[in-house]
Ligand binder design. Sequence first.
Ligand SMILES: [Zn+2]
Length: 351
Amino acid sequence: MAPPMLQESYDNSGLLVGASDWETNGVLVALDCLEEVVDEAIEKGIHLVVTHHPIVFSGLKRFNGKSYIERVVMKAIKHDVALYAIHTNLDNVSWGVNAKIMEKLGISNHRVLLPMRGALKKLQVYVPAANAEELAEAVYTAGGGKVSLYEECSFSTSGQGTFKPTEGTNPVVGSLGKRETVQEVKMEFIVPHFAQRAVESAARATHPYEVMAYEWIALENSTDLFGAGAIGRLSKDFNFEQFLAHCKSVFGTTIRYTAPSKDKVETVAVCGGSGSFLLGAAKASGADVFITADYKYHQFFDAENDLSILDVGHFESEQFTIDLIADGLSKKFPKFAVLKTEVNTNPIQYY
Ligand SMILES: [Zn+2]
């Protein structure tokens, strides 16, 4: 759903408590991992809790139960409940947290607001022409060859490869001490960094030679498959007032907002959770409104007259993430019990 390698450097997504060989008969999904959520898992006899926010974010130095974080970890270990977090990696996939918000807003025509850089590599591999198709198939299956929404992308050039097997080799083609010239194909594939190892071993498994000739190249390209936030166009006409009402019904909460720059709302940028770092990108992309959370008083002034900031609350902006995770898990494991928490983990109440 969201490879852990796509998480931000400050994040702590992944398996936080438990070992990967523990067994569970179901999974409990929540936004936050509170003691009540672990209690709920214990009560329901479930041994895995998957949350968006990681319960452990910075280092823990002692376990005496004085903070709720320590108590959660101690209780989880005591009752064999594994804790897994799928946080900024789920923010950073184009089908993740922000796509879900867009779906709830009724915006189907959207893309990543700030495409990610440094997540792509290029594989160049030299293979006899007769084996090229099979190798490409293996690379695609292992997650390579994707460019934006296009799959099975490759480029190939024909040429001649030479090699001289020396003592200790066991060549498929050619003989010891003699230079061999073979008609080969150079195949090139774009591969996301998290699929690098899988793609390399898949290619190696189909390559006929004793030693595969290949290169990995780091790319500077950004990709719209991964990145922060989302931006899209409304398919219906809204004036600002109507759009506020629409947001209120979608997020079900009180909205703090800055004055609109124009009366019509056409282009909408979103970032679930704390999104103030994306204000510049939202403005540069021509958004009329920027829906996010955790805005401070002085930060609201940064809207200038370029767009309107709508702060809908952190929990409220990410409330649909529970469905997103649960649906993703149910699809992947249709015969597995996927439960959504009955605990409201939002620590903020409104008077
Ligand atoms: Zn969050």
